[in-house]
Write a protein that binds this ligand. Structure first.
Ligand code: ADP
Length: 172
């Protein structure tokens, strides 16, 4: 089941929320900053442990940490691509960010998961195309995986909300 809502992802009580992180895993602006601020220092501590093991999080991959003080159980940190006029394999990398997050969620028996609109903020990925990729990737995954029962797309801005609402009509 796929839902689309407008809101702040740090407030959503699901098994896992996804963070649009950067490769350093050391926090940043946008949704990343909001998650670390609201979740407290435990999330960054986990991120630093992962960094010391694997040296960051490559674009298109994902890692999982505690959710600290957030109402979720886990934060899945994934790194979307920076938009570069479509010249740097951005579409495949964005799909990979969603897919890696979903796979990691299943490994941790996550039944409900919330995604922000990865790469559409500071990374400037065109919103319509990003939403199509997000929706396609999630839909295809749900068709063959029973562990995840609910995926919530949490839109922060009204433009993304409208785009996702329209796309959701085509899914049903
Ligand atoms: P990126 O670097 O991947 O573009 P950003 O954090 O800049 O990441 O933006 C990703 C999306 O997250 C944007 O659509 C932005 O509006 C949205 N966003 C920012 N803060 C929040 C929040 N608290 N909850 C949900 N989405 C948010």
């Amino acid at each position: 089941m796929i839902e689309v809502i407008q809101g702040d992802i740090t407030k959503i009580p699901v098994d896992a929320i996804v963070n649009a992180a950067n490769t350093s895993l050391l926090g940043g602006g946008g949704v990343d900053g909001a998650i670390h601020r609201a979740g407290g220092p435990e999330i960054l501590e986990d991120c630093k442990k992962i960094r010391s093991k694997q040296g960051g999080c490559p674009v298109g991959t994902a890692v999982i940490t505690t959710a600290g003080k957030l109402p979720a159980k886990y934060v899945i940190h994934t790194v979307g691509p920076v938009w570069n006029q479509g010249k740097s394999n951005e579409e495949a990398l964005l799909a990979s960010a969603y897919l890696s997050s979903l796979k990691l969620a299943v490994e941790h028996e996550v039944n409900t998961i919330a995604f922000p609109n990865i790469s559409t903020g500071i990374y400037r990925f065109p919103k319509q195309r990003a939403a199509e990729i997000a929706m396609d990737t999630v839909q295809q995954f749900l068709a063959v995986n029973a562990v995840i029962e609910k995926v919530i797309f949490v839109c922060f801005d009204g433009e993304n909300l409208e785009i996702y609402r329209e796309l959701l009509k085509t899914v049903r």
